[in-house]
Design a protein around this ligand. Structure first.
Ligand SMILES: [Zn+2]
Length: 73
């Protein structure tokens, strides 16, 4: 697990601030997609995107299970 994760990231779509999604149980373990990329929630745009360890962003978490409860920093 990559420990060099950050709480905030700039949304690639609208350049608004996004916050790191964390596991709702622990609130310290970051949520990741099936590739282990960190997931961020764009507050303004209200959508989720992922960031890989090279800092590259990608959309694609739109209609997945993450519609359920989660918490951000
Ligand atoms: Zn956005």
């Amino acid at each position: 697990m990559n420990l060099h994760w950050f709480k905030h990231h700039t949304c690639p779509e609208d350049e608004e601030e996004a916050t790191l999604l964390v596991d709702i149980e622990t609130e310290t373990v970051p949520e990741t997609d099936e590739y282990g990329n960190l997931l961020y929630y764009c507050i303004k745009g209200q959508h989720i995107f992922s960031v890989d360890e090279d800092g590259r962003t990608s959309q694609g978490e739109h209609k997945k299970k993450h519609q359920t409860a989660f918490r951000t920093f």
